[in-house]
Design a protein around this ligand. Structure first.
Ligand SMILES: [Fe+2]
Length: 204
């Protein structure tokens, strides 16, 4: 091994923990990366208090999965809007810098609302960049910041994508008579449609 090579145990594969949990009954170490998400869900169902809010488990899981997609889109759009707040240039700098700040703050509040609704349905909320990238339909920002006008167009597309994802979750909420989720989705939809209109109007 040359002096510039990392030792073997520094590779990503070897850094993964052998065990990341323990059997609830016997305390035996287990690795949920290998056992999978269903094993993890089962163990958590044995260790958390049961939930009975009048929505069957399969419907709660389906709604939470849909909300997870809305959350992933919202988080990705949040990051993109904050990125553009930092990197916008041109004669409209001050206007756009301040407008993007209002928008990313609104999205930041929304991700918390969405994640906590998922938790209220008894499911775990996605919360890592990997989980968000697996669920979102919104492209990452390019490394080279676009022009101000292209930023506006990109954010219009982002809010429209959020609106489409949000709209696609309504049938799941309605079928389960989940008015709490439908209420959050309605608020999110109004916000995305309104913000898309405002951004669109800046383009002319
Ligand atoms: Fe700032």
């Amino acid at each position: 091994m040359s002096r510039w090579e990392l030792p073997q145990h520094h590779s990503a594969r070897n850094r993964r923990p052998k065990f990341n949990g323990a059997c609830v009954r016997f305390g035996t170490p287990v690795n949920y990366r290998i056992l999978g998400v269903n094993a993890y869900r089962w163990v958590m169902s044995q260790t958390t208090h049961p939930i009975d809010i009048g929505i069957p488990e399969d419907e709660r899981q389906a709604i939470a999965e849909g909300l997870g997609r809305v959350l992933a889109d919202t988080y990705t759009l949040y990051l993109k809007t904050h990125n553009y707040h930092w990197n916008v240039t041109g004669p409209l700098f001050n206007t756009l810098h301040l407008m993007f700040e209002v928008q990313y703050n609104e999205l930041w509040v929304a991700v918390d609302l969405l994640a906590e609704r998922i938790r209220s349905l008894g499911e775990f909320a996605p919360g890592s960049y990997r989980q968000f990238s697996e669920r979102t339909v919104i492209d990452e920002s390019s490394d080279v910041p676009p022009t101000a006008e292209n930023m506006l167009a990109d954010l219009v597309a982002g809010h429209e994508a959020c609106a489409r994802t949000t709209r696609s979750v309504f049938p799941l909420a309605h079928d389960a008579h989940d008015e709490s989720t439908a209420d959050i989705l309605t608020q999110r939809l109004q916000q995305h449609e309104k913000t898309a209109w405002m951004l669109r109007s800046m383009i002319g």
